[in-house]
Design a protein around this ligand. Sequence first.
Ligand code: NDP
Length: 419
Amino acid sequence: MSKVLIIGCGGVASVAIHKCCQVSQVFTDICIASRTKSKCDALAAKLAPTTATRITTAQVDADDVNQLCALIRDYQPDLVMNIALPYQDLTIMDACLACGVNYMDTANYEPENTDDPAWRAVYEKRCQEAGFSAYFDYSWQWAYQEKFKAAGLTALLGSGFDPGVSQAYCAYAKKHIFDTIDTIDILDCNGGDHGYPFATNFNPEINLREVSAPGSYWENGRWVEIPPMSIKRAYDFDQVGPKDMYLLHHEEIESLAKNIPEVKRIRFFMTFGQSYLTHMRCLENVGMLSTTPIQFEGHEIVPIQFLKALLPDPSSLGPRTKGKTNIGCIFTGKKDGVEKTYYIYNVCDHQQCYQEVGSQAVAYTTGVPAMCGALMLLTGKWSAPGVHTVEEFDPDPYLDALDRYGLPRKENYNPVLVD
Ligand code: NDP
């Protein structure tokens, strides 16, 4: 019997909530709390007749620690699942510490206002010292390590697909397949087509920030940074076919480099079509991706937030998106002194996801691991006071849960490698 407070009710949270309600023997009570309570009420009304989980809803501004604490004290959850935005990670962690409750999320902290001078000073120092310039990094949440340990609480960071399952695949390869891993390539392919000229598959602001930033990868103990989209490869994905993919910075590279220190190179690639890239470059060139507020006819607007209002809501893409995603990791390394290669991945069908939970596969492949991460914490399979990423825990029960709840693994012991 567990009570879980779920913060956020967008595309990813909606899938996670559907999945929690399918495992009502563990998730006996959930409270869905978000900025817009009407969305929580609508989802609760849809799910209530289908599940034994008792669902309540609440309104909360998760930027406000006091509001969060009042809600947590009132509801008394065993776990808080943060499936709002990365902007709220630190306030929700603060509230969990203040109230003595475990925490988890699906993406690491980044600030909403990247012009905030206090944040910018820390960011610029980190860019110089670490050598990568993405707006997000683990330092902000790793800084909570001692506080969570001292409180005897667990914070699980980044239990989506990537970050999340990608790191569990690495932990699995390290535990079962290799003595030492030499290289890791994380490949994120979305072969789906929603029929719009341009739309993002999850929150546009977070998504466009990520893909318009310089790329970087880890090699021989240091970061190598490259201009955005300047390393391109082609790969023939199982059940999707050949796609162009581009090297991006991605948060799990940072934790994997720390937790599997022998690895010589870690790269992350994501597939993009030419039309997506052309639209994105155009929007960037005219300033629509900017996070800096401007004055427009007496109102202050943030260009990327205005763009978000114009673009299709990612949660509306479900019925239109056809095709599959294929996300996984290719490894090279050694076992008993012999060179080996290994590929572990999942293939997920957009329309099957829509039929099951009313969402497309990008939300599904994030929401299912969020539920499975919560399941690990609530059933005590994963427990370690402090702040931890997925690869620090035993991958076996997590991958078993993913197999069971909708994201089964596939393996290839002789994959084509990425040059
Ligand atoms: P959405 O924009 O669809 O949903 C965000 C939700 O958070 C909305 O319900 C929104 O409420 C709510 N919210 C925003 N600000 C606040 C606030 N201040 N207080 C309370 N609630 C708030 O985002 P997604 O579902 O696409 O993404 C959710 C998370 O998943 C993000 O952190 C994203 O980075 C992460 N993600 C992780 C992936 C992975 O593989 N690890 C992949 C994809 C996404 P409202 O309805 O009022 O706007």
